[in-house]
Ligand binder design. Structure first.
Ligand code: UTP
Length: 286
């Protein structure tokens, strides 16, 4: 089934990354040389997404600038004959009319952020990507779209049950290896209350009915309007699957995850990998 649109909720405050995120969006933090949001956009485009919808907030204009022309930069690079750099910069600009921005005036939760995009989504399923969940390896959204047959889908991965209070956790039903039926979904449960060790990570495919559920959503865990709570109301009404994606996921909203991602991506970067690996080895030996 074709999924044409993707929502990128980037309205959060990024408090775990202060002071870096005081004046700069968390989603613009770079892993090696690309901002997190660009990895997410590239993953969406690789999965065939044609329309990008950003749910932004105050202090997030750098994201809009990133995907627009920068005339001074482009002119200077052209004058200096820096063709490769010029191509990279121009590549950021998408087809006119395929990128939309809507502001979430108050950061009161991911569910609310997604709901803010409702008027950009017609009666069709839509993807949601959280840029701070960075995937190395096979792009997760493509795997999800390939497996999608209607209803709702979330990307899932196994975590230590002790960490369940940081995730939406699913109650699994039938399991075909890569696809697992979602029979229940609870946001940030205490380890002893978690229904499994399968956690939701930031890739979703939503059926239109989720927006209606968000319309009347109440605040949940952490006092925020949670996307998982709205999704849970659809269990039993529409197919709902978790996809165990193949790539490695890094939580770049946390300092440790961000550092791990920086190293893992640097170790695969054509320009850097030999030097980084040699440096890491010498550090380990020391
Ligand atoms: P997080 O749970 O990581 O929240 O949001 P956060 O506010 O960005 O970061 P911390 O916890 O304060 O450090 C997950 C994703 O949902 C978006 C964020 O921008 C991030 O991409 N989000 C969250 C919104 O767009 N709006 C919100 O109200 C909350």
């Amino acid at each position: 089934m074709k999924i044409r649109k993707a929502i990128f909720p980037v309205g959060g405050l990024g408090t775990r990354f202060l002071p870096a995120t005081k004046a700069m969006p968390k989603e613009m933090l770079p892993i090696v040389d690309k901002p997190l949001i660009q990895y997410a956009v590239d993953e969406a485009m690789a999965a065939g997404i044609e329309e990008l919808i950003f749910v932004t907030g105050r202090n997030k204009t750098a994201i809009e600038d990133h995907f627009d022309h920068s005339f001074e930069l482009e002119t200077t690079l052209a004058q200096k004959g820096k063709d490769q750099a010029l191509e990279i910069v121009k590549d950021m600009v998408k087809l006119p009319g395929t990128v939309s921005y809507v502001r979430q005036q108050e950061p009161i939760g991911l569910g609310h952020a997604v709901w803010c995009a409702r008027n950009f989504v017609n009666d069709e399923p839509v993807a949601v990507l959280l840029a701070d969940d960075l995937i190395l390896g096979v792009p997760a959204l493509k795997e999800m779209i390939d497996a999608y047959q209607g209803g709702n889908m979330v990307a899932v991965m196994e975590v230590d049950k002790e960490e369940s209070a940081s995730y939406g956790m699913i109650s699994p039903g039938s399991d075909t290896g890569m696809l697992v039926e979602v029979n229940g979904l609870v946001e940030k449960p205490a380890p002893e209350k978690s229904p499994s060790n399968l956690a939701v990570v930031g890739r979703y495919i939503l059926e239109p009915a989720v927006f209606a559920a968000l319309e009347t959503a109440e605040t949940g865990a952490g006092g925020e309007i949670q996307l998982t709570d709205a999704l849970a109301t659809r269990i039993g009404h529409a197919p709902f699957y978790g996809l165990k994606f193949s790539g490695a996921r890094f939580d770049c909203g946390s300092k440790l995850g961000f550092l791990q991602a920086s190293l893992a991506f640097a170790r695969q970067h054509p320009e850097l990998k030999d030097k980084v690996n040699a440096w890491l080895e010498s550090e380990i030996v020391r």
